[in-house]
Structures are given as C-alpha cells and as structure tokens.
Design a protein around this ligand. Structure first.
Ligand SMILES: [Zn+2]
Length: 109
C-alpha cells in the first residue's frame, strides 16, 4: 500500500491511473431561438429591441390551468392594446394576465 502526503495527492494519483484525458474537438447541435415574431402584427421583433412577453391564463374549475396558459410575444404598445382587448373579451370566471417588458435576446450562445 502506497503512502500519500495528503488526500489531494491520493485523489490526483488515483485519477491519473484510471482515466486518461485528451483534448478533442467536439461538435454539438443546440436548439437556438433565431427569430421571434409578434403574435398580433406578425412583424419580426428585432434582437435587442424591447418587446412584451405576455402570459394569459385562467383557473376556472374543471379546466387544466396549465393548459390554459397562452404565451404571446408582442412588439409594441399598439399591439399590446390589441392583445389586452382580446383579454378583456375572453369569457372566463377567472383570468390572469402577466405582462413583462424586456429586451429580446434570441441568441444565447
Ligand atoms: Zn406587433
């Protein structure tokens, strides 16, 4: 049985004996969002512009509230007022709307 100066040496030595490492290029495929379109006017929302990220849902009895969530991307105040009108006309006992204004970042690499 070998003696080691410290636990660190013990683990370092152990790793070298059982595992060999080499640098190899790897290719990965990643699903990346490249284009976001306004749900109202169908115009593309350009990267780094601000837009509205909207979730509309309800929790009426008998419905699966997870399935009731509708997510919308909206480009401008004009389109937001149209979607808010749709929300007001939406017939439901309970309804929720969550509006977040944020910067659009498509590419996350
Ligand atoms: Zn729009």
């Amino acid at each position: 049985m070998e003696r080691y100066e410290s636990m660190d040496d013990y683990f370092k030595e152990g790793d070298l004996k059982v595992k060999e490492y080499e640098n190899k290029p790897i290719q990965t495929i990643k699903k990346v969002l490249v284009k976001t379109t306004c749900d109202i006017c169908k115009e593309e929302i350009k990267e780094h512009s601000t837009y509205y990220n909207i979730d509309i849902s309800h929790s009426d009895w008998g419905d699966n509230s997870h399935e009731s969530i509708k997510s919308k991307d909206v480009c401008s105040d004009e389109c937001l007022s149209k979607i808010f009108q749709e929300y007001l006309e939406f017939k439901s006992e309970t309804k929720k709307i969550n509006i977040e204004k944020e910067e659009l970042i498509n590419k996350d690499w």
